[in-house]
Every structure is written in structure tokens, then in C-alpha cells.
Write a protein that binds this ligand. Structure first.
Ligand SMILES: Nc1ncnc2c1ncn2[C@@H]1O[C@H](COP(=O)(O)OP(=O)(O)OP(=O)(O)O)[C@@H](O)[C@H]1O
Length: 276
């Protein structure tokens, strides 16, 4: 039977988090997150170190389960999926992990072919065509036979991008896609993230510290602090915002609402503790 999406289903967000809470053991990390990613959008999640951004991506990707609240992707409650359903859902998600994490003992070609070989029964000739198309899309068709060790950091990130979109995902999750890149590579990766998203008709969620690059390419930004969304808006709204949080991020200020120190007892109490 042919499945025809209703207008309401087409307009519903592809990703929807409602009052999501999560703790590692006793330690609460997310304290009630509401967030939506509409179809076709590229959305950035920003926040200080350790505020729970990667945890949010893992919840959307189904690697973690929320302690409370719901995480829906394409109308399905990710936390309620069985193993086989989750596997099928993940096949429709592309993931770019921190620093790309290519397989160093495989060629560029084999790295990009990996998800196709894992998840499909396509014949080698078709896999080859698809891999070369993805490498062409990131400008690296000529580098197919190289090993990751022979690539610059920016090139390696582009290969990781090609691998993340090898299966034409509906949703692409990026964890710090700009980390460690020089300014030119950073611009190239930003443009590729936008272009691949639009060419594939996908949606993207990107965890990043890079506010300036993000403002150039995303449709919407969420700022997370202490487990909550503290600010959100389109790039235009963020640029015009007088919110102290947003201001601290946009201007890369060390002092502001985002604490510099990991929570700890006062140094005075610790220094005094050893005194006789
Ligand atoms: N497996 C784990 N077990 C226990 N605590 C964890 C685990 N993973 C992360 N944490 C803690 O949960 C908090 C949120 O971690 P998370 O990686 O989501 O933050 P982040 O915002 O992505 O940080 P960064 O920007 O520094 O990568 C951190 O304080 C971290 O120490």
C-alpha cells in the first residue's frame, strides 16, 4: 500500500523534543528541553562546555534514552523503539562524530563505502558509483585511493561528511563539525553542511561552539545552559538579541552567564580543610 503523508504530517517537525530530562546516574544533565527541527532546516545547538549538547544528539540518535519527556523523530518516539526499529531509524540518520573519526586503516573510498556495505545489498558497481558521487559532492573524488593519514584536517572532515550522507539520510547529526579546523576549511565545511542538507532534502542538527560560522548557514539556533534552553532564534534574531547569554556567545566573552568554573566547593573551604 502506498503511504501518502497528510499535510499535517508534512508540516510536523522532523525532530521534536518535549520536556526532555536526562541524568547520568544521579547527575542531572538535561532539565526539561523543548526543541523542534522542521523539515529542511539546519539547526544549531550551542552552549558552554559540558552543558549537555552531545547528550542531546545522542538522545535524538537513540544511543541514549530520556529519563522523562519525549524525543520524536519523524513522528516516532525514539525512546520507545525496539532494537530492529531503532536500527531502521538509525539507517535514515547520518552522523558526523567529533573530529570525523575516519577508519585509519581504510582508504577514503572504503570509508565512504562502509555504511553502504553495512546497510544495503547493493552490487559493488552501484556502491562504487554512489561513493564517487558523494566524494564528488565534497570535492574529493580524486582522493578516493588515499588513506586518512594522507589528508589535511579539512579534507578528512569532508570525507567524514561524505560518509555521513552516504545513505541519503533524512536527518544528519553533527557533533562539533568545525572543531580544530583552520578558518578556510571551516568556511568550506559550513557551506557543505548547508549544501548537502538542501541537495538531499534532509534536516540537520549541529552541536557547535562556532557561533559566527553557524549564523551564516543555519535557520535556527538554540542556546543551552544548565540543562535548559535559555535562548533561541533565527540568525537575524540572534544577531539583534540583547540577551546576556547570546551576547556572551556572539562576542566570545569569558565572563557572563555561562560559568567558567565547573561546579565545585569554594576554594577557601578546600584550602581550609587541610588546616589543623
Ligand atoms: N557517560 C557519561 N557518564 C557520566 N557523565 C557523563 C557521561 N557523558 C557525559 N557526562 C557528563 O555530562 C555532562 C554533559 O556532557 P556532554 O558531553 O553532553 O556535554 P557537551 O555540552 O557536549 O560538552 P562539550 O561541549 O565540552 O563537548 C558533562 O558534565 C559530562 O561530564
Amino acid at each position: 500500500m502506498e503511504f501518502v503523508a497528510t499535510a499535517a504530517e508534512r508540516d510536523a517537525p522532523l525532530v521534536s523534543l518535549r520536556d526532555v530530562r536526562f541524568a547520568y546516574g544521579e547527575r542531572p544533565v538535561l532539565r526539561g528541553i523543548d526543541l523542534s527541527v522542521h523539515r529542511g532546516q539546519v539547526v544549531a545547538i550551542m552552549g558552554g562546555s559540558g552543558c549537555g549538547k552531545t547528550t542531546l544528539l545522542r538522545l535524538i540518535g537513540g544511543q541514549l534514552k530520556a529519563s522523562a519527556g519525549t524525543v520524536e523523530v519523524d513522528g516516532r518516539d525514539v525512546g520507545g523503539l525496539g532494537r530492529a526499529e531503532l536500527y531502521a531509524m538509525r539507517r535514515r540518520m547520518g552522523m558526523l562524530f567529533q573530529f570525523g573519526a575516519l577508519f585509519t586503516d581504510m582508504s577514503v573510498f572504503d570509508n565512504v563505502a562502509f555504511p553502504l556495505r553495512e546497510h544495503t545489498d547493493l552490487p559493488p558497481s552501484m556502491i562504487s558509483d554512489l561513493v564517487l558521487m558523494k566524494l564528488q559532492a565534497v570535492g574529493l573524488r580524486g582522493a578516493a585511493s588515499l588513506r586518512p593519514g594522507e589528508l589535511s584536517g579539512g579534507m578528512a572532515r569532508r570525507v567524514a561528511l561524505a560518509r555521513a550522507v552516504a545513505l541519503d539520510p533524512m536527518l544528519i547529526l553533527y557533533d562539533e563539525p568545525f572543531a580544530g579546523l583552520d578558518p578556510i576549511s571551516l568556511g568550506i565545511i559550513g557551506q557543505l553542511i548547508r549544501r548537502l542538507n538542501d541537495a538531499l532534502g534532509a534536516s540537520s542538527v549541529m552541536v557547535t561552539h562556532d557561533v559566527h560560522e553557524s549564523l551564516e548557514i543555519v535557520d535556527y539556533i538554540y542556546f543551552v545552559s544548565e540543562g535548559r534552553i535559555v535562548a533561541q532564534g533565527t540568525p537575524g534574531e540572534i544577531r539583534a538579541s540583547a540577551d546576556p547569554f547570546v551576547h556572551q556567545f556572539v562576542n566570545a566573552e569569558a565572563d557572563g552567564p555561562v560559568p567558567f568554573h565547573y561546579p565545585a566547593p569554594s576554594i577557601g573551604s578546600l584550602l581550609g580543610a587541610g588546616a589543623a
